[in-house]
Design a binder for this molecule. Structure first.
Ligand code: SAH
Length: 361
């Protein structure tokens, strides 16, 4: 018994390689007496070729593979279940080392794939219209766990080690508030964009926040910056306080100031997500308030039909209303697009992620 316990403990103590930057991997392998070119081989194996066991590192001597195996694991994340939508969207229920579960959503399109990844197990923000808030926060995810979602999903879709036919977009819009797990999220972006690894282009990564103002200001100073999206959904403090408890801490004025301070690349715009809630925030007056709030900002609005769940006291606005709402924005020259719901039939759409073990609620 004692031995089994010790063996289990030593597995838990092993370093999880997917969470190391190339520099950290080099440092760690040099402490094992290995040369830098070896660490580069390992980094390329696990990120570029997406090898998930040491036996697959055939370019390394067997002795080195054994040493690595004694001291590390590539990832502890495992697929528990895959739900496939009629529109091709795939929702992955992934098990982490402590048996917690998170979700990752894969959305294929003709010329690119989008992977929606989680950053926390659950979420502390308790936004009134989102299922993840109903679950509450269990814990932060590690950088290794965040990166593992991309590696595991790409392997499941394309086969381990096979090249990806086209570009991969990453949206940090799964479970959790990325800016409340700041360091691990930034590290995962550093790892995913590495030229020796997944080579995801920083501007193909979008980080969405419900409005953690100090996090937005920190992000503004990062060397590798993802695109920023703000979950706005209300254009007055009165309504936003009701929908987003975090608005009581960082109100709209402070959120908009942080947005104005945020550096944008050429032709880049901030995205403002606006979830359409029937009879709550979807009138022409709401649209005009939104236009006024965003005036002077390089912004575009991502209009999101609300995705229902039995636990949520909201309904989506009907499409006719959504189009009328959009017309007010268009007439004021505020660019917007309507996000097509993906994977609704398998509880994979925005705001439906609650690590459900069945296809639907
Ligand atoms: N915490 C971050 C990222 C997760 S939410 C954030 O709030 O931005 C990702 C997007 O899904 C947000 O824009 C959010 O407003 C939206 N969303 C949440 N619940 C939803 C629901 N039930 N239907 C449609 N969109 C929802």
């Amino acid at each position: 018994m004692q031995n089994a316990h010790l063996a289990e403990e030593s597995i838990q103590n092993k370093i999880e390689l997917l969470g190391l930057t190339s520099e950290e991997l080099r440092g760690w392998m040099s402490s094992l007496g290995e040369m830098p070119y070896r660490s580069r081989q390992v980094y390329q194996s696990i990120h570029r070729r997406r090898v998930t066991d040491f036996a697959g590192m055939t370019d390394l001597p067997k002795t080195l593979r054994n040493i690595l195996e004694d001291h590390s694991v590539i990832t502890r994340t495992q697929i528990q279940n895959v739900f496939v939508s009629s529109d091709g969207t795939r929702r992955y229920l992934l098990g982490l080392s402590d048996e917690r579960e998170i979700e990752t959503v894969f959305m294929p399109e003709e010329h690119r794939d989008t992977i929606c990844i989680s950053s926390q197990v659950g979420c502390p923000l308790a936004c009134d219209f989102c299922m993840t808030g109903v679950v509450g926060l269990k814990r932060n995810m590690t950088a290794a766990e965040i990166v593992s979602q991309v590696v595991i999903v790409l392997n499941e879709v394309y086969g381990a080690g096979n090249p990806i036919p086209h570009r991969t977009n990453i949206v940090m819009m799964g479970m959790g508030e990325p800016l409340l797990n700041y360091d691990n999220v930034i590290k995962s972006i550093q790892i995913m964009t590495d030229q020796d690894g997944l080579v995801i282009v920083p501007r193909h990564i979008t980080l969405s926040t419900a409005g953690v103002v100090p996090g937005i200001d920190r992000l503004a100073h990062e060397a590798i910056r993802p695109r920023l999206a703000i979950s706005l959904t209300a254009a007055t403090d009165e309504l936003r306080n009701r929908l987003f408890p975090i608005n009581r801490k960082y109100d709209l004025a402070s959120l908009m100031d942080a947005c104005r301070r945020f550096p944008l690349g050429e032709r880049e715009r901030l995205t403002f997500e606006y979830v359409m809630l029937d009879g709550v925030n979807d009138g022409d007056t709401d649209a005009r308030l939104l236009v006024r709030l965003l005036s002077g900002l390089r912004a575009k609005v991502n209009i999101i039909p609300h995705n229902a769940a039995p636990e949520l006291p909201y309904r989506s606005s009907p499409m006719k209303r959504i189009l009328e709402f959009q017309k007010v924005l268009t007439d004021s020259r505020l660019p917007s697009f309507i996000r097509r719901p993906r994977g609704q039939d398998i509880s994979a759409a925005c705001g439906q992620l609650a690590a459900r073990r069945t296809a639907t609620a």
